[in-house]
Each structure stands twice: as structure tokens, then as C-alpha cells.
Write a protein that binds this ligand. Structure first.
Ligand code: NAD
Length: 463
């Protein structure tokens, strides 16, 4: 595995100071400059698609189709979308016309926040860093990128490519582990975007609070699936298993567990097993279409979940910690107090929890923290609405999984414990933008508003 060169902790304040200074020169306020940087970002990704695929293969044995589709391709889309729309997004917006204020021409200026820190996790190390960079650049900020130290090949590649393609006065990469992040978090940023787990999010938010720095958190959680037995179970099985096994389950919006009315469990399991055989006709350990777990420590964590289950393992269950391999695993008859139901699994393990009916399924979801995504498979519009209306989650999809992350125009983000704030496209631009309220009041306003000035005589109070 290629080694990752860590940034010297003592250099971190200097990098921050340089980016702050270059922000203050105003160079990032120019839309043409932003577009040039966004074009460069798109070229960085396009020119090096193969190198990214190789790096992701080295880090996680990631199939190149998943890297192209879900990581690099999605980042290119973000950069191109921002390039095409930044002029429109950044345009000053007139406030709604009102009789009282129209003469003052109230308007919202879309201003960059300033100097932004983006901290990314290992599972989509390109999209969650460079995809979101597109939004921060479009909004006119200067940016420090902190890749995950767990994906050494990809993070090293990012450190090599960013200075070649992007203006170093505007974007810098800082690599390292906890001491480096701790140093970064001591500094006063104008915005922090943290993507990762909730435990570290609390550390980030506590550090940010010392400077009253706004933070966007993109976290995870247990994203449930509810099955209506009358739905097309084969289609549901195909989509669920694809969503669960992509990147070996290391996807923040992966279906975490499935809730199915008890009488339909056998039929669902049959459909899942049939799909499993079609996805992995040979031993999945030899499949080029299946990733590895990012580290041995995470592999051990998932092994503990499988070893502790009280459900019945239908397929999979094998773990090779040394090889960071966890077989795609389906477990049925899972009780609610099972090891698989404690925390976000973040691995290729699909527990199926039989319930009495939809009402119990909704109750189970509401007994957990608000998840990042929720999926329901049904053709019954009333049932879909019932699930959407009686639960809370970052996103809610019917008859699909995962794809909302790339759906143009939709905000991506969690709610409460699964995150706050929204990203991608215009939503990402807005996250990194200060909506500055402005107006310009002409002299004649005082002809009608002179009553505001003291002394507050009885005549003034009466009018
Ligand atoms: P990770 O271990 O790569 O850590 C993420 C970042 O936090 C890294 O850059 C790391 O350097 C930093 N970090 C780790 N420990 C730290 C500490 N003690 N202090 C300060 N910084 C620290 O990745 P992870 O957190 O395990 O990522 C997986 C989690 O992220 C899952 O819960 C997943 O659901 C979530 N996730 C969310 C999204 C989203 O967009 N909502 C996307 C991907 C992953």
C-alpha cells in the first residue's frame, strides 16, 4: 500500500494564514476566476480517472465501475454543474417587493464565507472531498482539504494532483491523522464541513464552537428499508442488494437493515438469495465486483457484529481479517436487540427483521435515531405516504436506494444525528455562501418614516 506523507503539524497555521490572506485580496470573488478553477477541477478528475480507479483499487479493492460511477464521475458532475451555474447562483437576488421597503432596493448578495475547512472520510474519498470542493470554490471561498488517512493511495494522489491543477493560493491539501486534525480545529475557520462518524462530529463541533464557526455535518446512521409484500420482490432484492454490497457496504446511505412483514420473509429471502447468486456466481472472495473493508480494525468490528448475531446467516458470514474481507452476508430472523441492530453496520451485512406489519415497522424506525436515508418498496401510494409522513430521515425514497445522492436539484444531507445542512449542486453552493442582506435608503424615505426619530411625542405614537 503506498504510504501517505503527512503534513507537518507546525505548517498548518501557516497554510491557514496564507489562505486567509489570499481570500482577503478578493481574487476568489471574480466569477471568471471561480469558473477557471472549477474547469481545472473537472480536468483534474477527468485526466486522472484511471489513476483514481487504481488508487481506490489499492485502498479498498474497489471495482472501477463503482469508482467511476459513485466517486470520480459524481465529482466531475458536481464540478461541471457548478461551472455551468455559478454565474446564476452567485447573482444578487432582489428581495420580495413590499410597499414599505421597495424604495430601498433590498437585495441579497451571495458572498463567500471566507476560508473553509473540508474534512472527509475514507469511504468515498474523492466525492466527499473534491465533489464538495466544487461547491466551496463556486461560492468563492479559499479551502483546506483534509482527506482521510485511511485511504492512503487516494489521499496521496489528491495531495499530488491538487497543486498541479488548482491555484495554491486558493486550495491546499493537509494530510494526517488526529494530531493534524486537532491542529486544524484549533484555528478560526469561516465554515467547516465534516463528513464522517458522529463521535468525531462531536469533537469537530465542540472545537468549532470555541470560534463560533458554523459547521455542516454529514453523518450516517441506520438507514432502514421497509418491504410491502405486494411489491415486486425480485426488483426490490436486486436494488437492495446492489445498494448494500456497493463498496462492501461502506456507503453512508446503504440500506442498513430490512423490515418485512413476517409472512413475506421467506419470499424476500428467496429473492435476495437468487440475486446474490447472480451477482456473485463464483466465490465473492474472488470476485472483481466486490470491495474490501478499508482497514483490519473495521473488518474486526464487522466480524464482531456477525459473530454476535442471534439471527440465521442465510449466505456469507465468512471473514478474513488479514485480507480485510467480509463476505456479502444476509441474515434472517433478526431480533430487534441483535448485534446487527446496535450501530450503523457500514459493511456488507444485511439483517432482515421480521415485523407484524407496517405500523410495527414504522415504530421500529422511530425507536432509532433519525437515519440519513429511508427506503420503502411499495406500489401503494397511500402506504408510501404513510411511511414518509410518520417517520423522519435525511432523504426518503420509494422503490430505489442510493441514487438520490446524484439526483440533480435534490439537497443531500441528514437530520439531527445523521447530520445537518445540505450539499450538492445549488444546495452546496448555498451552504458555503453568506446571504448578505443589503439595501440603500434614499433621502425621501424620511418624508414617510420620520416618526421613527425621538422624541417620541404623543402625535408620533398616534400615527
Ligand atoms: P474516517 O475514519 O476516515 O474519519 C473521517 C475524518 O475524521 C478523517 O479525515 C479523520 O482524519 C478525522 N478524524 C478521525 N478521528 C478524529 C479525531 N479523533 N479527531 C478529529 N478528527 C478525526 O471515516 P469515518 O468517520 O469512519 O467515516 C464513516 C462514517 O461517515 C459513517 O458513519 C458514514 O455513514 C459517514 N458518512 C457520511 C456521509 C454523508 O455524506 N452523510 C458520507 C460518507 C460517510
Amino acid at each position: 500500500m503506498p504510504s501517505l506523507v503527512y503534513t507537518n503539524v507546525d505548517d498548518v497555521p501557516k497554510i491557514h494564514a496564507e489562505l486567509k490572506q489570499s481570500f482577503q485580496t478578493g481574487k476568489t470573488r471574480d466569477i471568471a476566476f471561480r469558473k477557471e478553477q472549477l474547469a481545472q477541477l473537472a480536468w483534474l478528475l477527468k485526466d486522472n480517472t484511471e489513476r483514481f480507479a487504481e488508487a481506490l483499487q489499492a485502498d479498498m479493492h474497489r471495482p472501477s465501475i463503482e469508482s467511476d460511477l459513485l466517486d470520480v464521475g459524481a465529482s466531475i458532475s458536481e464540478a461541471v454543474d457548478a461551472y455551468n451555474n455559478v454565474a446564476k447562483w452567485a447573482k444578487t437576488e432582489k428581495a420580495r417587493w413590499t410597499l414599505n421597503f421597495f424604495t430601498m432596493r433590498p437585495a441579497i448578495r451571495k458572498e463567500p464565507k471566507g476560508i473553509v475547512l473540508i474534512i472527509a472520510p475514507f469511504n468515498f474519498p474523492v466525492l466527499l472531498l473534491l465533489g464538495h470542493l466544487a461547491s466551496a470554490l463556486a461560492a468563492g471561498n479559499t479551502v483546506v482539504l483534509k482527506p482521510s488517512e485511511l485511504t492512503t493511495a487516494t489521499s496521496q494522489l489528491i495531495a499530488e494532483l491538487v497543486p498541479k491543477y488548482l491555484d495554491p493560493d486558493v486550495v491546499r491539501v493537509v494530510n494526517g491523522d488526529i494530531p493534524v486534525v486537532t491542529k486544524l480545529l484549533e484555528l478560526p475557520w469561516d465554515h467547516i464541513l465534516y463528513t464522517g462518524n458522529a463521535r468525531v462530529a462531536k469533537i469537530v463541533c465542540a472545537a468549532a464552537a470555541k470560534h463560533l464557526t458554523p459547521v455542516t455535518t454529514e453523518l450516517g446512521g441506520k438507514s432502514p428499508v421497509i418491504i410491502d409484500p405486494r411489491c415486486d420482490l425480485k426488483l426490490a432484492a436486486r436494488r437492495i442488494l446492489w445498494g448494500k454490497m456497493s463498496n462492501a457496504g461502506q456507503v453512508c446511505v446503504a440500506p442498513d437493515y430490512v423490515l418485512v412483514p413476517r409472512e413475506a420473509q421467506d419470499a424476500l429471502v428467496d429473492a435476495l438469495v437468487e440475486t446474490y447468486k447472480s451477482f456473485y456466481p463464483e466465490d465473492p472472495a474472488k470476485s472483481e465486483s466486490f470491495s474490501r473493508i478499508v482497514t483490519q480494525a473495521h473488518t474486526t468490528r464487522i466480524k464482531r457484529i456477525i459473530d454476535g448475531t442471534r439471527g440465521k446467516v442465510v449466505v456469507g458470514g465468512e471473514v478474513d481479517v488479514e485480507e480485510r474481507y467480509v463476505a456479502p452476508t444476509i441474515i434472517r430472523d433478526v431480533p430487534l436487540d441483535d448485534t446487527t441492530m446496535e450501530d450503523e453496520i457500514f459493511g456488507p451485512v444485511l439483517p432482515i427483521v421480521p415485523v407484524a406489519d407496517f405500523d410495527e415497522a414504522i415504530a421500529v424506525i422511530n425507536a432509532h435515531e433519525h437515519p440519513l436515508s429511508l427506503y420503502v418498496f411499495t406500489q401503494d401510494a397511500a402506504l408510501k405516504e404513510k411511511v414518509f409522513a410518520h417517520t423522519q430521515s435525511g432523504g426518503a425514497l420509494a422503490n430505489e436506494v442510493l441514487v438520490h445522492v446524484g439526483a440533480t436539484g435534490l439537497p443531500f444531507g441528514g437530520i439531527g444525528p445523521s447530520g445537518s445542512g445540505s450539499l450538492t449542486g445549488k444546495h452546496g453552493f448555498d451552504t458555503f455562501t453568506h446571504m448578505r442582506a443589503t439595501l440603500d435608503s434614499p433621502w425621501y424615505v424620511d418624508l414617510v418614516m420620520k416618526g421613527r426619530y425621538p422624541p417620541y411625542t404623543p402625535e408620533k405614537v398616534a400615527t
